[in-house]
Ligand binder design. Sequence first.
Ligand code: HEC
Length: 116
Amino acid sequence: MTKYLILISLLASLLTTSAFAQTKAGDVTNGKRLYEKDGCYQCHGYVGQGGTAGPRLAQIRFPLAGFIAFVRNPPSGGMPPFRAKVLSDQELTDIYAYIKTIPEPKAAKDIPLLAQ
Ligand code: HEC
């Protein structure tokens, strides 16, 4: 009986560790590289500032899972879908980590020229 319990707990720990191993914390440098290589910048701007072709991504409100779901299947057709063959979950996690590092813009009151 205890043999089985040990086996079961071993299996359970194997399963949980492999689930965690699937996506590591995002790698910002690789995320920036992929953001440029896979063309996100073409519509969203080099620092995610947005433009005529795509909205702002800096200060993104989506959690990681929502971000991945969106990029895999953008609802409106304004953005091409990026399937798992093109960008893996890990690669999208890296891109997300990069987007998260983009600093907030200065408030208008902190720009001296605007106060003149
Ligand atoms: C051809 C232009 C284009 C490219 C390339 C593109 N996007 Fe988009 N993206 C859009 C448009 C347009 C929207 C607005 C929503 C829509 O129309 O589906 C959008 C929306 C988004 C959103 C939702 C933003 C929000 O807050 O609503 C995310 C996240 C996003 N894009 C991520 C990416 C990532 C990551 C890449 C690169 C892998 C990428 N996009 C490449 C055009 C593009």
